[in-house]
Design a protein around this ligand. Structure first.
Ligand code: NAD
Length: 491
């Protein structure tokens, strides 16, 4: 594609400390999900040569970066963090223009990234090994963590800034070098992330960013035998494929994948609080959080009231361009994503669930040219239906009713995913029982499913994740290997 047809900016990869076009000059256009006719920018469709150059640069930079002290590495990362705090508005606009989420949601993402990165930098200064009392007098026994080398980071479009932050920071503070491949729907966010480190003076080649498709640049990157670890966030389908690639070379993989997250609302719950949390977790970011609530399982005796409260909240959402401060629900991220979601909604209707509100492509002033879907609430859904089993990844919520607590837990657990869950109840015993039985990597009581803090790990179970989880203390564990030493210092 030629870049001449528009005034939209042409962007470059960041390889070995230089901003560079694709080696063959090829570009992909990116379109604004709020106005599909608007091209927001042109991005390198990275070739095999570009990918190789990025890995070359990361490989060349590795020994010197590894040999710095963690404190010296932290100084560079803290400078990037300072720039990040100064650029919150600029980065948030880029997120909204590429992903569609509202500016408030984008700001929240950047603020969350700052906190995640701060935590990982501090973690890197204090959690790098352990001394064990030796069984032999005069021997010092310890284990240290060593970096792995060149790591690949593949990030998704739904949290296009926070996810690279949560992955690249522990990799870098631990002494690895990184090649980042952002999702093709949010390339500029990945480049803006990288620019912070470039502007902070990070040594050449320590962090590189190449844009392009997953099947093209992504696959080539992961096929490079010099990659020592792969940190991936995305769909379960692609995650399984990447796990196979990694296993063939005994490369470690950290896979953060899809979800089908349940919320259980018992008859003694604070209904208002539960309905608010449910609406936020289902419809914020247009339902495109991996930890979104997409199934709510409600005690039969309160289901009528709960659905009423939920519908009022869904209908009050204001669809529009995320840059407009009045908007509370932005577009979904691109035309393919919109098609997929609308197809799931049709499938739900065909299978017999009753759609109480929304579920159509939104029309009207400011909406016709964008990927807007009215927030949808299904009732009379059954656990076996496609909409109850598959990750829709859009503003679509299915309500189930349960006669008993056991039935609610069984519906909640009856999917192949296991990312996040939550329960609303005032009954401590049943809350504790839910915590014990829920099949999720992340669970909540009287809080929504989409809540996390940086000091604790973040990862799914079942088909929602595999490998050492991100964040918390395990973020750095994934990007390091153990080396054990026994030192006789006295005969
Ligand atoms: P995706 O799997 O389509 O793509 C994710 C990334 O992988 C993109 O950068 C893409 O370009 C790349 N990719 C695709 N095919 C590849 C290949 N063959 N080789 C190498 N790279 C490849 O997912 P998406 O649509 O970008 O993101 C949405 C998905 O991510 C949802 O399923 C969501 O639940 C999941 N997600 C999970 C978490 C979590 O922490 N568990 C967080 C955010 C998103």
């Amino acid at each position: 594609m030629s870049a001449n047809s528009t005034t939209a900016q042409t962007h470059q990869n960041y390889i070995g400390g230089e901003w560079r076009a694709a080696s063959d000059g090829s570009l992909d256009a990116h379109r604004n999900p709020a106005r599909i006719s608007e091209v927001t920018g042109y991005f390198p469709r990275s070739t095999d040569d570009d990918v190789r150059a990025a890995v070359d640069a990361a490989e060349a930079a590795y020994p010197a970066w590894r040999d710095l002290t963690a404190h010296a590495r932290a100084e560079y990362l803290k400078r990037a963090l300072t720039l990040m705090s100064e650029r919150i508005e600029r980065i948030s606009r880029v997120i909204t223009i590429e992903n569609g989420k509202t500016l408030a949601e984008s700001r929240a993402e950047v603020v969350a990234a700052v906190k995640e990165m701060e935590h990982q930098i501090h973690q890197g200064l204090r959690d790098l090994g352990e001394i064990a009392p030796s069984a032999t007098p005069g021997v010092l026994a310890y284990q240290s963590r060593r970096p792995l080398g060149v790591c690949a980071v593949i990030s998704p479009w739904n949290f296009p800034f926070n996810v690279p932050g949560r992955k690249c920071t522990p990799a870098l503070i631990a002494g690895n070098t990184v090649v980042l491949k952002p999702a093709s729907l949010t390339p500029n966010v990945g480049l803006e992330f990288t620019r912070l480190f470039a502007d902070a003076g990070l040594p050449r080649g320590v962090l590189n960013c190449i844009t392009g498709s997953g099947a093209g640049a992504g696959e080539t990157l992961l096929g490079d035998s010099r990659i020592k670890a792969i940190s991936f966030t995305g769909s379960t389908q692609v995650g399984i494929h990447i796990n196979q690639l990694a296993a063939r070379r005994l490369v470690r993989a950290q896979l953060e994948l899809g979800g089908k997250n349940p919320m259980v609302v018992l008859e003694d719950a604070d209904l208002d609080a539960a309905a608010s949390a449910c609406a936020t977790a289902a419809f914020a970011c247009a339902g495109q959080w991996c930890t979104s609530t997409s199934r709510v399982i409600v005690a039969k005796e309160i289901s009528g009231k709960f659905v009423e409260a939920l519908l009022a909240r869904a209908r009050a959402l204001k669809l529009g361009d995320g840059l407009d401060p009045a908007t509370t629900l932005g577009p979904v991220c691109g035309t393919q994503q919109m098609k997929n979601i609308l197809e799931f909604i049709e499938q739900g209707k065909r299978e017999g669930a009753r759609l109480l509100t929304g579920g159509r492509r939104a029309a009207g002033e400011g909406l016709d040219d964008g990927c807007f879907i009215e927030p949808a609430v299904f009732v009379e859904a059954h656990p076996g239906m496609t909409i109850a089993q598959e990750e829709i990844f859009g503003p679509v919520l299915s309500v189930f009713t349960a006669d008993t607590f056991d039935e609610a837990v069984s519906i909640a657990n009856g999917v192949r995913f296991g990312l996040a869950s939550s329960i609303y109840t005032k009954d401590l015993e049943r809350a504790m029982s839910f915590l014990e039985r829920t099949e999720a990597g992340l669970t909540h009581v009287n809080m929504m499913s989409a809540y996390k803090e940086p000091q604790l790990s973040f990862g799914g179970i079942k088909e929602s994740g595999s490998g050492i989880p991100e964040g918390g203390r395990t973020g750095i564990e994934f990007f390091t290997e153990h080396k054990v030493a026994y030192v006789r210092y006295r005969a």
